[in-house]
Design a protein around this ligand. Sequence first.
Ligand code: MSP
Length: 512
Amino acid sequence: MSKQTFYITTPIYYVNGAPHLGHAYTSTAADALARWNRLEGRDVFFLTGTDEHGQKVEAAARAAGVDPQEFTDRVSADFQDMAKRMNISNDDFIRTTEPRHKASAQALWRKLQENGAIYLGKYEGWYAVRDEAFYDEEETALKPDGTRIATASGAEVKWVVEPSYFFKLSAFQDKLLAYYEENPGFIAPQAKRNEILSFVRGGLNDLSISRTSFSWGIPVPGDEKHVMYVWLDALQNYLTACGYPEMNGPRAHYWPASLHLVGKEIIRFHAVYWPAFLMAAGMPCPERVFSHGWWTVEGEKMSKSLGNFIDVRPLVDELGLDQVRYFLLREVPFGNDGDFSRKALIGRINSDLANGLGNLAQRTLSFIGKNAGGVVPPRGVLHEADNVLLELAARLPEKVKGAMSRIAFHEALDETWKVIRAADAYIDHQAPWTLRKTDTDRMNTVLYVLASVLRVVGIVLQPFMPDTMAKLLDQLGQGADARQLAALHTPLAEGTPLPAPAGLFPRVVEVA
Ligand code: MSP
């Protein structure tokens, strides 16, 4: 990546229901990437927000007996609270009911119209309110009870007939295919790219982009019986935040987005419709859309009927914020589906965090506190084993960088834990507790090496576990200005005073 700006987005979340594990997942992943890019010194813009229009949200407000604006205010506030509690470092939080967004979406509409990409017609076909999506008949199936569902999502579809504006999506097939060809990294992972390629190669129908059967949406400019299709409205949020239509403000330089992180069920909207809208509006397309997998909970799909939605906030209160963040990014290779269970979460906390990193830090730092005067000890002549470990640690930032550029969090963490395990083995081998009695110079060198390794680990793990790594770096005497990757070009300074160490990750004991 040569460019020095990094614009990353989460999908904007529907406010028809409360925030849950799935939302927390996309946001935590985006947060780790935003923080990593800041650590590398890039000018980062990180956007998240809420998707507040459409039939689904209108129905949820009605069911709650509340006016839609009041309802969305309430649920959006809950999403903002979740972002705060998960320590999400977003630079802006966009709501599609804000005036800035309404103006921007209407400006996009006018632009599309001016460029001849919109015409008026009549939509006749299947629509799933739950997915807010139109489906071809081939994409649906009839259930034994006579209801029809979208095969991919299982959402019920209804036959809709209404006047509608259309976007000339069919005219963009070749342009999209050319864009995918010229930008092989645009859609990831590879399996999703193949899926989208074959969808687009199969031919594209024009897309209905307005509705008349309800009113909770952004009015179509010049024809206010229509509201804009919620996905056109929603996707535009990414440009609204950059100041569209005036692309000369303080955030204009962030466009095109570096990365849209999305769940696998919404890749088509981001990798087909969105670039087509942008091409039609004469705007550059995003660099990358990455689709992640879905979590089940204790083996079951999260669903209203099962009532098994997990709110991460009580888990954070009980088991710790960074522990939950770590689990989400470590447990499952990003892009794959995974299963969330309390047992797996606690297992990871105890093995990787309490017994792994926490124990290594505690052993090293309390030993230094007791036996080396509470300062970074002086480094003597390095032995072969010291060099091996120091070199392993020195290569870690590059490895993590590579993994993060491929959005492979589990790999970044796995590489880090290789270093942690090597340091554990090193401690056992070097046995500083024996050296204390026989050779304090050598003991000091061993402790110096361990503190150096912990500094590398603490710095590279900041994007994953910001609060706890701040504590670790405090305990290593590394101030705020010494926490960038660039700080690692300078060796750890001998004699740095170290505050009294305190445990980082308590062991979780489950009472049956
Ligand atoms: N509003 C649209 C996005 C518009 S973006 C222009 C939307 N919202 S959503 O609230 O339904 O979902 C948002 C994100 O949450 C998606 O990335 C989705 O994958 C994620 N998750 C929702 N449930 C999930 C799981 N069970 N597991 C993992 N992530 C899932 O779609």
